[in-house]
Design a protein around this ligand. Structure first.
Ligand SMILES: NC(=O)c1ccc[n+]([C@@H]2O[C@H](COP(=O)([O-])OP(=O)(O)OC[C@H]3O[C@@H](n4cnc5c(N)ncnc54)[C@H](O)[C@@H]3O)[C@@H](O)[C@H]2O)c1
Length: 414
């Protein structure tokens, strides 16, 4: 396949990881992407990314601080990989689409439902592809859960639990994750969760929720886990304390279109944590919805629980066939414990995009799907604001909109 000519737009923390994901792909028999340029409004970040790319891939990409200049420097550019902070996803993605480029964009598709709609309109207007880089669903654990549900291994799912509550008052990765209008923590992290719940259980119908900000101030954590130069530089420059201005704790009951209900407790604040993901069906249950580097188990009455390895070795597991790239990246079908899992899933997203641009497939998470994930997340806040249940259809059409209206007003999205 002729390689897709791609530019990275947004050369921060996750942008750096996307470069390492490209390296995973370049080292595989599925090498389908050529990195032509890197672009960031911060010239220093763009330069740092170009140096990292040269080290990893052996070729220095063009370095740009605007997309307009970039398309002049690389006239045969085909696509961009947008990894900016979420508050500018809509402006950057729409500009790229209007320049005639296809777009792979990190989750969330955009900062609000209205911003997502702008992207959908620009993609339709320009007849270009938009793909959302939702890495959790590409993990083998997620594929296995989906296969088990589809094959009836747990009967009819009737109830789910998604509890991801971490204690503490640390700054979560970056200060912008504690400001609503820049992409608060709950949006940034939990849009993965709304996506995964929809992937496994189908669409949401209605939600009744509570939200609150438990920690009015955030402190720099003692250390940082990522071993990339960019993360170290960003961590060194981080202030010791910041005021928080985004909710950090949510609780909700979702009713799904298929009649199942789901109990949600998501946040990072306070003095206690709770972590459990469970899908309960009439004939069994699955621990886990699937996640990057995750492990799932299957339980059925009168039988010992099956580990992920047991499931793969069972008759039901034998019916599951991973696609060739997943087989190559995760030959055992288990990503847990693989130190490269983050980068391999990015490699997968990039390869999928290249195949879609070459007309060989459609993308898995398109703009409409990305909008639904964002709407499901904001349904939590809209319900909290409304003081009662809200229908997902009302959030998707912006009839239920009071919470997001403040974000849109702050960002000039009308
Ligand atoms: N899928 C995952 O597991 C995962 C993990 C981390 C982050 N993310 C996502 O990646 C995105 C980036 O997060 P991050 O932590 O790397 O943020 P970051 O703040 O580290 O980096 C953002 C970069 O975008 C640049 N930028 C801002 N506006 C720009 C513009 N108009 N044009 C070009 N560049 C611009 C900034 O200068 C910065 O270099 C977010 O959408 C986030 O949700 C996803």
């Amino acid at each position: 396949m002729d390689k897709m000519r791609l530019a990275l737009v947004g050369c921060g923390g996750m942008g750096t990881r996307h470069l390492h994901g490209l390296k995973q792909l370049a080292d595989s028999p599925f090498d389908a992407v050529e990195l032509s340029a890197v672009c960031d409004i911060s010239a220093a970040n763009a330069e740092m990314a170009a140096a990292e790319a040269e080290k990893l891939l052996g070729v220095r990409p063009k370095v740009c601080t605007s997309m307009e200049a970039m398309v002049q420097q690389v006239p045969d550019l085909e696509a961009v990989d947008v990894v900016t902070d979420p508050s500018v996803h809509h402006t950057v993605v729409c500009e790229a689409l209007d320049l005639g480029l296809h777009v792979l964009v990190e989750k969330p598709l955009a900062i609000t439902v209205r911003a997502c709609q702008r992207i959908l309109d620009a993609a339709a207007r320009n007849e270009r592809i938009v793909s959302v880089a939702e890495n959790f669903r590409r993990d083998p654990s997620a594929r296995i859960v989906r296969h088990l549900i589809d094959s009836g291994a747990i009967g009819t799912p009737y109830m789910g639990m998604y509890h991801s509550l971490g204690a503490g008052n640390s700054i979560f990765i970056t200060p912008w994750r504690h400001r609503r209008e820049l992409g608060g923590f709950i949006l940034d992290m939990a849009v993965h969760f709304t996506h995964m719940i929809r992937y496994q259980l189908g669409d949401f119908a209605e939600v009744y929720a509570d939200a609150r900000m438990v920690e009015p101030e955030r402190q720099k954590s003692a250390s940082m886990s990522m071993d990339y130069e960019f993360y170290k530089k960003r961590f060194a420059a981080m202030p010791e304390r910041i005021p928080a201005a985004a909710e950090d704790t949510t609780q909700a009951i979702f009713r799904m279109e298929n009649g199942a209900t789901l109990n949600w407790i998501v946040g990072i604040a306070g003095h206690a944590g709770a972590h459990r993901e469970l899908i309960m069906g009439t004939d069994g249950s699955i621990d886990g919805f699937g996640v990057r580097g995750g492990r799932i188990t299957l339980a059925r009455r009168d039988a010992a629980p099956l580990s992920q390895e047991d499931i793969l070795a069972s008759a039901e597991g034998a019916e599951l066939s991973f696609d060739p790239l997943t087989r190559h990246l995760f030959p055992s079908g288990v990503s847990a414990g693989d130190p490269l899992v983050d980068l391999k899933l990015i490699a997968y997203e990039l390869h999928e995009m290249a195949e879609a641009v070459r007309g060989q497939r459609t993308v898995e998470v398109d703009g409409r799907c990305g909008l639904k994930d964002v709407a499901a997340l904001y349904a939590v806040f809209e319900s909290w604001r409304a003081g009662g249940p809200v229908a997902l259809s009302a959030v998707e059409s912006c009839q239920s909109y009071a919470y997001q209206a403040e974000i849109d007003a702050a960002l000039g999205i009308d």
